[in-house]
Design a protein around this ligand. Structure first.
Ligand SMILES: C[S@@+](CC[C@H](N)C(=O)[O-])C[C@H]1O[C@@H](n2cnc3c(N)ncnc32)[C@H](O)[C@@H]1O
Length: 270
């Protein structure tokens, strides 16, 4: 099993504090109150995620197995072999807390139909499908056929498998097809290529894909802290920075940014 690297602002902060703590052990004559504050900061940071995890409803065996299968796969191999240019990695899995949060949103919106843009190995899709009523449907868009097939195999073991359909190809094309078919979704979860976020949101707002009282959920809107630290912005960081600013200035929507995992923005159309 591969160890995941820190990819959320909180985990990166915890990692840095832990590293400071280790460095401090080798520095002589450090002020006692400085060491006390550093130690308290480390305890605060290191304990939070495991506490949240232990106080949150446990994930299903199907979701747990999906995570383990994703962690065992060598995602870099396909990239090294030139089979894909997508930098897929196990850290993309949304995981327990975000998955449970999405499940709560499915219940709160009483969604019967969900659209997901960005499936990967299917954690968020399966989590939301578990919360759908019998007869509910989740349509998931995924550009990478290998990831789509991997997810499908993970879903096979679940009783919620029949609620999920996977559309393989660029999400933009799938969105147009679904809109042409007159499909409506009460919940739309956007978690694919960050450079495409603005176009996906614009299309959702201008089409009738979202039901009147529907909710749009956007993942990774804190992008490892890059949009607010403005340090060494990656292509994804720049895309999210621009996306967040355009949402904040958009009179068509109301939104809230939540510090769950790598940042989640909830949007409703006014
Ligand atoms: C962050 S991962 C999704 C994680 C997933 N929601 C989860 O919770 O495990 C993003 C996924 O979007 C896919 N993707 C990237 N660009 C895409 C596009 N243009 N259309 C559809 N899927 C795309 C990637 O292949 C990748 O599998």
């Amino acid at each position: 099993m591969n160890i995941a690297r820190p990819v959320t602002p909180w985990d990166i902060l915890t990692d840095k504090l832990t590293s400071l703590g280790k460095q401090a052990e080798h520095i002589e004559n450090l002020d006692a109150s400085f060491l006390k504050t550093l130690s308290e900061s480390m305890v605060l940071a290191q304990g939070m995620n495991s506490y949240i995890g232990s106080m949150t409803t446990t994930e299903s065996i199907g979701l747990r197995n999906l995570v383990e299968r994703t962690q065992t796969e060598d995602w870099q191999k396909r990239f090294r072999d030139g089979d894909t240019t997508l930098g897929l990695e196990q850290e993309m899995v949304s995981g327990h807390i975000e998955g449970q949060f999405l499940k709560m949103l499915v219940h709160a919106t009483q969604a019967n139909a969900i659209l997901e843009i960005g499936l990967f190995t299917g954690y968020s899709a399966l989590a939301m499908a578990e919360a759908l009523p019998i007869g509910g449907e989740l349509v998931a868009c995924e550009i990478d056929p290998y990831a789509a097939e991997f997810a499908r195999r993970c879903f096979e073991a679940s009783e919620h498998n029949s609620k999920i359909s996977v559309e393989v190809g660029p999400a933009a094309g799938t969105l147009h097809l679904l809109a042409d078919q007159g499909r409506r979704f009460e919940l739309i979860f956007i978690d694919a290529d960050k450079a495409g976020y603005s176009d996906y949101l614009d299309f959702v707002i201008s089409s009738e894909l979202l039901a009147k009282t529907g909710l749009i959920v956007i993942d990774n809107t804190l992008m490892q802290g890059e949009p607010y630290t403005h340090k060494n912005l990656s292509a994804n960081g720049k895309a999210i920075e621009a996306f967040n600013e355009s949402v904040a200035a958009d009179p068509r929507v109301e939104q809230v940014v939540l510090p769950i995992r790598d940042g989640i923005t909830l949007i409703r159309i006014l």
